[in-house]
Design a protein. Structure first.
Lengths: 564, 372
């Protein structure tokens, strides 16, 4: 529980000690100064930073594509880019953001950094496998980058057949290969987390004393392990049909185009939970710390993560209500989709209740979490509309869907990622970010987000289809597109700001001390930045998670139930 | 159509107000919960904001009663959504039996339509107000999607199978038709117009312009031209199943599997005949893939549906009916699609049930045999 500031945080280049030949094992950033020491590191914290740099690059790349899309849509005519370029832009925006940013974001960056620290372990169960996962990710990214540079791909991120197998003449296979390879990174990372959480918890760290972030990471890992191979197979079959001409999906060759959609969504719907569950874990950490409260309904939040992961595997058919699948199949998938909404709702209610009689401060991570709850609630409730068979029939594949999943993915997941980065930045770097700028960015992102995506709900209900380069100008769509583009500008600036002040803070931020938030959790009990092996001696856990109430002696697990 | 600013698009079909009412219920639930959560969150955050560093917070672990409450109430609300939504959806999935049938073909990047009397259109579809219109749709290449926002109607148009949808227009006017499934470069230009007319105007429009032969007539011509009749006509020695009355019936396949001879089955049997062979027959039929366009296949099916199954063929086949794979379903099949097409092509199903009195009816044999 030491809170003293270590002398090495005092100033100068955070990566170097005064004498660069000295390897400082008490600070993982200074343990080795060469590029080689970073590229061959097996330290989970350094690997987390490698991911942070990689996915930040991908995020801004995907953001540039998004910006061009929004600019083009300001007018009904296609006047900025050609149709084929536009189709490539939204395809590459989707692929880069989903596969190379959202899926690895919280798990690979913060999960890598935090899981061993939170359970009191020296490292992951398989440190070398962990490094290999990053290399696999990079190799996958290189293939996809090559496809983009070589001319792009225009199949949408969903690669629907038979368009992707028999009609598209863009770089489908190169992109698909990149995603296929990246999938292994995801599987290996998930495997590593599961084993680490099972086998390496510190003495006293029982399952129900674990921070909820770990429950979320555990549920996420299960989905990564079970779901990713299926999308791998789907992509492989696209290759088999496209290159070898074996009929799998194209009816002209004896295949079934719907089969692809089943395989694709069997992974890609649970993948949505890969993206959102870690975000939910972050919210539980942040909201307890900044309200100084025990989490409300710990077991319900923990188990709801597992329920979401489980039921999430059986809802994929709701992407196919209008493909002509049996209406009875639609019935089942609709019912299950409603069911998966309930555990999400339980989480939101419990987070809200956590604030009751707390001591709330409005730091940047907390502001981002408030944003998360607001946007995720709207994203979730509009998801109910899409699960309703009679409404989906009208809004399916319109801008309504685009707005819905951006509310969940950007409004939910990305805001949680931002909250997490701000919350653990002092631990990762030993330095504080500028709080005022942080709050400004949270506000800009929240406002910009609403302005960008709320008009798209209306656009969608008015019938504007997705993936449209041009649209009829008498349909009343343009004003909504202009609003959306204006919002995207604010949103973009809101994301650029943290990129700048984080980079500044890494070198010049004021030293944070070991526990600037006075937060609970094992990661805050070691120094900032942590030593190479995390803890000087293995911590022993004696209390439940989030034991924030001052009268700690009143807390006895589970027995002290007070209804608000 | 564009009156200043609107939240809901024009309601121009019987389905539109039903979808909108359902939407209003969900909107009410959404607004209620969004506002409630936001208000509680803000009230708590402000009321319980930090007062001093020595703030003491109580250790509240939770409340099982509250957990049950906020599980059960949402569960009740979504149950209503589920049943209401399913009700609307199921009505949209099955067209009324008295629908007028229009063939729709999607291809990169255009829509082709054919009316029951044979009149063809591209990217425009004229329909009468006040009458259900059923669309039988197929794609010649990739997946497209037929979407008319004003009707709240949407259905994918697939290659390799028929999807159907329907609408009952209630308001004259011109409405956008969008391809709603990404289909390649000019996806956003695969748009068209649905023109809803007064029924009398529609009749005038239908009679005008160039007349094409009806789909059934085209089908009859193709049936002879491709020599389908050499195997699918004749008595009990015919090498292929006699097709009269088959559409909509149960068919027993080699191996004992029973399928309904719907449009997609008939299409498959023309393009990929060896896949699902009727029990009692040899897989000797050649494929017509590449030889027939989607339009032509649709015409052949329309023709097959007009064949008279009340006479000679059922007579000859009735004895061997079970062995030959056709179950004895009642001839005027209740499955949609059969009645209206035959009505268009000139009703031939009014003859007596046991004896064919119409030897000239193409596709059935002239053998006037009584049933045992």
């Amino acid at each position: 529980m030491s809170t003293n500031v270590q002398p090495h945080n005092g100033g100068g280049n955070p990566l170097y000690t005064a004498n660069p030949d000295v390897v400082d094992m008490s600070n993982y950033l200074r343990a080795g100064h060469t590029l080689r020491s970073w590229l061959l590191t097996v330290d989970h914290k350094r690997i987390g930073l490698l991911y942070l740099i990689s996915i930040t690059f991908m995020f801004f790349l995907g953001g540039i594509f998004a910006g061009l899309i929004r600019l083009e849509l300001m007018t009904p005519e296609g006047d900025l880019v050609s149709s084929s370029t536009y189709n490539k832009l939204f395809t590459m925006h989707g692929i880069v953001m989903v596969f190379f940013f959202l899926i690895p974001s919280i798990p690979a960056v913060l999960g890598n950094f935090l899981v061993p620290l939170m359970i009191g372990a020296r490292d992951m169960a398989f440190p070398r496998l962990n490094l290999m996962s990053w290399y696999v990710y990079i190799i996958g990214a290189i293939f996809t980058m090559y496809a983009i540079v070589a001319g792009g791909v225009d199949t949408t991120w969903r690669f629907y057949t038979p368009y992707s197998t028999s009609f598209a003449n863009t770089h489908v296979m190169m992109t698909a290969l990149g995603i296929f390879i990246m999938g292994f990174s995801s599987i290996l990372t998930g495997l590593n987390f599961v084993v680490t959480i099972h086998r390496m918890r510190a003495p006293g760290m029982t399952w129900f004393r674990m921070p909820l972030f770990l429950w979320a990471m555990y549920a996420t890992s299960i989905i990564q392990i079970l779901g990713t191979p299926v999308v791998g197979i789907a992509i492989l079959l696209v290759g088999v049909e496209r290159i070898l001409g074996v009929g799998v999906f194209n009816p002209d060759l004896g295949g079934d185009p719907i089969l692809f959609q089943h395989l694709f969504w069997f992974y890609s719907h649970p993948a949505v939970y890969i993206m959102i569950l870690p975000g939910m874990g972050v919210v539980s950490e942040v909201i307890t710390c900044f309200s100084r409260k025990q989490i409300f309904g710990y077991p319900f939040i923990a188990v709801s993560s597992l329920l979401i992961a489980f039921v999430g595997f059986f809802v994929w058919g709701h992407h196919m209500f209008v493909t002509g699948q049996s209406p009875y199949a639609g019935l089942i998938f609709s019912a299950l989709s409603f069911l998966v909404a309930i555990p999400s709702a339980i989480k939101v209610f419990n987070w809200t209740a956590t604030l009751y009689r707390g001591s709330v401060t409005f730091s940047t991570p907390m502001l981002y979490v408030f944003g998360f709850i607001g946007l995720f609630t709207i994203g979730g409730l509009t998801g109910l509309m899409l699960a309703t068979l009679g409404i989906d029939m009208h809004v399916h594949d319109t801008y309504f869907v685009v707005a819905h999943f951006h509310y969940v993915m950007v409004g939910g997941m990305l805001l949680a990622y931002m909250a997490a980065l701000h919350f653990w930045w002092p631990k990762m770097t030993g330095r504080m970010y500028p709080e005022g700028w942080g709050r400004l960015s949270a506000l800009m992102v929240f406002m910009g987000f609403h302005l960008t995506f709320f008009p798209q709900f209306i656009l969608g209900y008015l019938g504007m289809p997705r993936h449209y380069h041009t649209y009829p100008d008498e349909a009343g769509y343009q004003i909504l597109h202009v609003l959306s583009t204006a919002g995207a500008t604010v949103l973009g600036a809101g994301f650029l700001l943290p990129a700048i002040y984080f980079a500044w803070s890494f070198f010049y931020g004021k030293p944070a001390g070991d526990n600037p938030w006075l937060a609970k959790g094992l990661e805050w009990e070691t120094t900032s930045p942590p030593p190479v092996f995390n803890f000087e001696k293995t911590p022993i856990v004696t209390e439940p998670a989030y034991n924030y109430s001052v009268h700690g002696d009143e807390v006895s697990e589970g027995s002290h139930v007070v209804a608000p | 159509m564009n009156e200043a600013f609107q939240m809901f698009p024009t309601q121009a079909s019987t389905m539109a107000s039903r979808v909108d009412n359902l939407m209003l219920y969900l909107l009410a639930v959404t607004v209620f919960f969004s506002v409630a959560i936001a208000v509680v969150l803000i009230v708590f955050a402000v009321k319980y904001r930090k007062k001093s560093d020595s703030d003491v917070t109580p250790a509240i672990h939770g409340s099982t009663l509250l957990e049950i409450t906020w599980t059960v109430i949402p569960l009740g609300l979504v149950t209503v959504m589920f049943f209401w939504g399913a009700n609307v959806y199921f009505d949209q999935m099955y067209a009324p039996a008295n629908s007028m049938e229009v063939f729709v073909t999607g291809k990169q990047w255009m829509w082709k339509f054919q009316h029951p009397n044979g009149k063809r259109e591209i990217n425009e579809l004229h329909v009468p107000e006040g009458r259900p219109v059923k669309l039988i749709m197929a794609s010649e290449d990739v997946i497209h999607d037929f979407f008319v926002p004003a009707f709240r109607v949407k259905m994918d148009v697939m290659p390799g199978k028929y999807n159907t949808t329907w609408f009952h227009a209630t308001k004259t006017g011109e409405y956008h038709l969008f391809c709603n499934q990404y289909c390649g470069e000019d996806h956003s230009r695969m748009v068209g117009k649905i023109i809803v007319m007064k029924p009398e105007d529609y009749e005038v429009w239908l009679a005008g312009g160039t007349r094409n032969e009806s789909p059934a007539a085209t089908g009859e011509r193709l049936f002879t031209q491709w020599a389908c009749n050499t195997c699918h006509e004749g008595g009990r020695d015919a090498r292929g199943p006699i097709l009269a009355g088959v559409p909509g019936r149960n068919v027993i396949l080699t191996g004992g599997v029973v399928v309904v001879a719907d449009d997609t089955y008939l299409r498959d049997s023309i393009l990929n005949p060896a896949a699902r062979v009727v029990d009692g027959y040899q897989p000797i039929m050649p494929t017509f893939k590449g030889l027939l366009s989607e339009d032509q296949v649709m015409s052949l099916i329309a023709y097959i549906k007009t064949l008279d199954d009340t006479g000679a063929d059922t007579g000859t086949k009735a004895t061997t009916g079970a062995a030959a794979g056709f179950t004895a379903a009642p001839p005027p099949s209740p499955v949609d699609g059969v009645t209206s097409v035959s009505a268009v092509a000139g009703d031939t199903t009014t003859t007596a049930p046991t004896i064919s009195t119409n030897p000239t009816d193409a596709g059935t044999t002239a053998q006037a045999e009584t049933t045992p």
